[in-house]
Design a protein around this ligand. Structure first.
Ligand SMILES: *Cc1c(COP(=O)(O)O)cnc(C)c1O
Length: 475
């Protein structure tokens, strides 16, 4: 029976072959159609194989070509969801991360890993104007939101020991535009989604402060504890940024925690700090370097003002772990400030990518995304058949095809859905959708360091070409 241990020479030649596949993929992405290359069952047929009892060797490498070919091509014209573009200097260091196989739990497990992650967290805090915040990297914004709300709950209505049954009734407040990971976190924490108060938004899709305060007062009168106000720093639909200074004031007035979900937008503060006044007032702030710092998945993060709040929420450590070491650096343990124990060395790619390119290059790329959003906005404004459905706060645009302007909304929903299907099927541009005031909108979100002006212009061309197809079909 063969050993699974490769010699350094075998590893070198294998890695070089894998690298060639990665380079081929990169060279080809711009010419390829973006969406899935076939139906679910077609791709299943291509990739399905029996569990091999004996090793396939070289043949296994060849199969990686096929995996790349049937992956969605995340090129310069991919504008759906909030999908970062996978900066490849970071990707190149990811192999080293796996080879080093450090477990970033505590300093002695990963001396370089713990040191670098703590430094990168500090860099992120500085870059966002939140100097002095601590934090950890996470798998993404969802886990950062869960951790932020776990900290809020433990600070305002502790339940780690006795469970939620022992606490008074609680509520959490957020706008109707809040990301789905927030109700999910509230459900997982045992607070119950019914206790998320969804506050209406203004005409710029920001939380209505008066309604928020009325709701908190109403709850307080019936003995409900306001645990947290969740602000969005970039809603997922339109990129709206809730008024953070006022939210901080309200949260403080009623004794609630302020959690800012910056998973989409917060990192844009690197390029446009003026859009995010009050970011540093957050008690906890989630962000996603795998979105607007273009890092390969996965790389999220949670920053917080008060380390002891993180420890109250997450430390549950047997004494023997600490007793070994009294040195403050060497005794540092991420698992006392995170829900994770075993953790990948996520900081390596981010650290390498920031050092390789420099923060100025990222600031420039983010700035370009913001400008591209403005460019697309003016192209839409100049096109009578299209209408922008929300103001542009960051880099997400919601718009509709309206034809000659005389069609009823219900019919426009169906037409725009069909346009979206066809835009995607045409393969050159990839958009997603959003529902605003019950209207089905096309949505483009630009967090892509590869995008050029011509790629932005292609959105317009493709949407209009798809609309033409829809009308031809109808006749
Ligand atoms: C993407 C996103 C999340 C979730 O982040 P993941 O990294 O996908 O887990 C949460 N909130 C907002 C506003 C987002 O855009």
């Amino acid at each position: 029976m063969d050993s699974i241990d490769l010699s350094p020479e075998q590893f070198r030649s294998l890695s070089q072959r894998v690298l060639e596949i990665a380079v081929d993929y990169l060279e080809g992405i711009d010419d390829r159609a973006i969406p899935a290359s076939g139906s679910g069952s077609e791709i299943q047929r291509i990739l399905q194989s029996p569990l091999p009892e004996t090793g396939l060797g070289e043949q296994a490498v060849d199969e990686l070509h096929r995996v790349a070919r049937h992956s969605r091509a995340q090129n310069a014209r991919f504008f759906a969801y909030v999908m970062g573009s996978g900066e490849v200097a970071a990707a190149s260091s990811d192999l080293l991360c796996s080879v080093l196989n450090q477990n970033v739990t505590i300093w002695r497990s990963s001396p370089a890993g713990v040191t670098i992650e703590r430094m990168v967290v500090d860099w992120l805090s500085q870059a966002l104007g939140c100097r002095g915040f601590s934090g950890t990297l996470t798998s993404g914004g969802s886990s950062a939101n869960l951790m932020g709300l776990a900290m809020a709950r433990e600070a305002k209505a502790p339940a780690n020991e006795k469970g939620v049954r022992g606490t008074p009734p609680v509520a959490i407040y957020a706008s109707t535009e809040v990301h789905m990971s927030i109700p999910k976190a509230i459900a997982l924490l045992g607070i119950g989604r019914e206790n998320l108060r969804m506050i209406p938004v203004d005409d710029r899709y920001r939380i209505n402060l008066q309604k928020l305060e009325e709701t908190i007062l109403h709850d307080q009168a019936s003995g409900i504890v306001p645990v947290a106000v969740v602000a969005s720093a970039g809603t997922v639909n339109t990129g709206a940024i809730d008024p953070l200074p006022q939210l901080s004031e309200i949260a403080r007035r009623y004794g609630a925690w302020l959690h800012v979900d910056g998973s989409y937008g917060a990192l844009a503060a690197i390029a446009a700090p003026g859009k995010f006044p009050g970011l540093q007032l957050a008690d906890s702030l989630s962000l996603d370097p795998h979105k607007w710092l273009y890092q390969p998945l996965d790389c999220g993060g949670l920053l917080y003002r008060d380390v002891s709040a993180a420890r109250s929420a997450f430390a549950h450590t047997a004494d023997y772990v600490r007793a070994l070491n009294k040195d403050p650096i060497e005794a540092y343990a991420f698992f006392e400030e995170s829900m994770e124990l075993s953790r990948r060395f996520r900081a390596l790619k981010l650290w390498f990518s920031l050092r390789y390119h420099g923060l100025a290059a990222f600031r420039h790329a983010i700035h370009k995304d913001l400008q591209h959003a403005e460019r697309l906005g003016s192209l839409i404004a100049q096109t009578p058949e299209l209408r922008l459905e929300a103001p542009i706060s960051l880099s997400a645009l919601c718009f509709r095809y309206i034809g000659n302007g005389n069609l009823p909304d219900g019919q426009l929903d169906a037409i725009n859905l069909e346009i979206l299907r066809r835009v995607i099927a045409r393969g050159r541009v990839y958009l997603s959708n959003a529902t605003l005031q019950s209207k089905f909108c096309l949505r483009a979100c630009i967090v892509n360091h590869r995008t050029t002006d011509a790629d932005i212009d292609a959105v317009l061309t493709e949407v209009l070409a798809a609309a033409k197809e829809v009308y031809q079909q109808a006749q």
